[in-house]
Write a protein that binds this ligand. Sequence first.
Ligand code: HAM
Length: 432
Amino acid sequence: MEKLQAIRGMNDILPENSLSWQYLESAFQRVIKRFGYQEIRFPVLEHTQLFKRSIGEVTDIVEKEMYSFDDRNGDNLSLRPEGTAGCVRAADQHGLLYNQQQRFWYQGPMFRHERPQKGRYRQFHQFGVEAFGMPGPDIDAEVLQIAAMLWQELDLSDFLTLELNNIGSAEDRANFGSALTEFLQSKEDQLDEDARNRMHTNPMRVLDSKNPDVQAALIDVPLLEDFVSAESKQHYAELQDLLNSASIDFIENPRLVRGLDYYNNCVFEWTTDTLGAQGAVCGGGRYDGLVAQLGGRDVLACGFAIGVERLILMLDSLGKIPQDALQPIDIYVTCIGQNVTKQTLDLAQAIRESQPQLGVISHCGGGKFNSQLKRAFNSGAKIAVILERDGDGESTLETAKIRRLDDSAETASHKIAVIPQKVAEFLEKSES
Ligand code: HAM
């Protein structure tokens, strides 16, 4: 029978790779804890309407990339393509946004039906942070400090650039949108069908048109920067000041627009040139209107999300994952002799109890000593503990020795009782 394969663009993370994932997850959790953020978990499935109303009907994500279906009750649901919408929905539904400041983080899988390539998948993972109830720019600077500290922790700072842009307040954007629609109407006969359709629904998307005829019609198009209010400019200038004093380098990129409609004021991306085409590793910004847009109160907000696969690719290709983090276990306990099952399990357990920081595999399944040793090598352990059992009944002699698996150096035989202590000493000596 033909074997079934995983869905294209959805990856299995096998044990050899999951150690890199664990390394990254623990670095993120360590950093986020230092900033006092709290974890929030919300479902991977939501009503499709939630994403339409937040990300925007006329965006690539909603128009082309969502996994949507009717469930058995006829409700139209979608796999979450990002975390912000679900986070806002959950926090507001449970009354966490009313008159409060909140700092949340989340991690988990997201789903977008994009064309898979290196760094772009249909199921991918994000670490995200969302902060509510603060006008900024201090909180904007704080979320950027989180990302910057994570890059430092991972030794990636030299390979990432922070790009910033000010896209204006919600009101500025509405004014700009109306001016743009008016302008596009005056050029209607030079636009293609796509641009004519978008002219009323999302005129800003017309600016990204790949059609040279449409681009030619845009020569004297109104510029967003002419609509950005003094207040928004001041917010942006203050953020830049805070970043300078926090020693976070950035460049301004006036062409930085985000593919989701909920943003206002400052938006940002951390990009790298180590990944080829998919260079955005982290994206975010302010989204002050979203909570109200989804039916909540006026709650100011900002946040970002990091693409976990892209960070893993960076860490792997730059050799930034410490060898220690990639060590699956420390000790493999083998045995020579007959009827040793109980003693092997007991010895492995004694080591675990006495040295709880170590990972210990106890050989199972019997077999000749040489084949046990081969398994010890293949397990990735640093050392083997070799239990030696001689004789039977009351006069049984039980000793064990410790062997380093990379160069076969080994200790003399010791009584079983002292092995847990000897193991710790031997590992310590090997490492120093
Ligand atoms: P986003 O820019 O769409 O923003 O995604 C954030 C990050 O997720 C990207 O920078 C990228 O690293 C990663 N990513 C996106 N799509 C894919 C994909 N198909 N395959 C692999 N990685 C991908 C958001 O999702 C916003 N919710 C961020 C945010 C939070 N804004 C405010 N709060």
